[in-house]
Design a protein around this ligand. Sequence first.
Ligand code: SF4
Ligand code: SF4
Length: 380
Amino acid sequence: MSEEMTVFKSLNFSVCMQCGKCSGLCPIFSKSRLNPRRLMLEIAYSMSPLTTFPPLNIQEKNDVWDCTTCSTCSYYCPRDVKPMDVVIGVRTFLLEHGLVPRTLADVLEAAYKYGNPWGLSPNKRASWAQDLKVKYANSEKTNNLLYFVGCAASYDTRAQEVAKAMTRNLNALGIDFSILGNEEKCCGNEIYSLGEKGLFEDLKNHNMKLFEQYKVQEIITTSPHCYHALKNRYGLVKGLQVKHYTQYFAELLDSQKLKFSKRIEKTLVYHDPCFLGKHNGIYDEPRRILESIPGVKFLEFSKSRSRSVCCEGGGGRMWHDLPGGRLAEKRVKEAVDMGAQTIAVACPFCLLTFEDAVKTTGNEGKIEVKDIMELVNEAL
Ligand code: SF4
Ligand code: SF4
């Protein structure tokens, strides 16, 4: 087995039957040379001792950086091949050989040096919270519920509004919670997706040590990407629960701790984020919250739930552009055409890509993008 191939040892690509479902459903296939079916074929042939097929030249696979890690290919593959993991494996190989686009190399370096992919000061991570009532986790107090804010909601001025709304909502409901403040570091989800598994392990170990030190019992996250990392990639100790905020607030609704007192007279459409929906099967909780807000008229996209179209912000694509607009533009156009006034999102990356798409499609003033936490805050 050549050095290139060892990264695929543990993957299941050899049972691929070349049905083409992965490529046919890949949202990036039509705008990039990225072709998961073809990649499976090339790797399978290259690993077979019997074949005369030209050996795979992984070094030429630059198109893998176009993948958003939306998981559509893995979700729909009838043979459970997990093409997305193969794409991440190719990224790992390229990284090990220094074959990474400059912008993404900068992201990885920033996450290594500063604990966030934007390279902003770790001392300013909790600046968003300075005028709000928040407690910082410490060893002196009980820290049963930890709010893991994440990088986008900590640093991006628009996404900070979600962290602020979340904090106001928790305070309004009398829920005791803490944040890690400047001690928190990137969850590492995008770092893992970019193939830098060593750096992901360092970030994971840093955050997990804090969870242990502060005896945290339950974690809620702003971002589905943080949720996915903590839930599925951290290997948290038994008993330490992690929830995306939509799950947490849906439970508050069910137990009648969350009650809305104001009306929002708007037509809303909800966009399923890939890391909440396809990756983790969380479809109902966001809808339950939105449909409970008095006055809301709730619409569905033609492609929703597991068929939801990726916004094109995951897998490192926040920092790696492709020519032409993001897929979020298609969603915005559809939302406007169906008469929605608000696109409700539950992910900071979706919030940013959709707001950008509202501008690039010339729909400013016609439609707004709001995170569910902001809508809950309006209706409380
Ligand atoms: S969907 Fe699965 S079985 Fe079909 S071509 Fe893709 S990887 Fe192979
Ligand atoms: S994860 Fe999504 S973008 Fe990446 S190859 Fe699979 S379907 Fe395409």
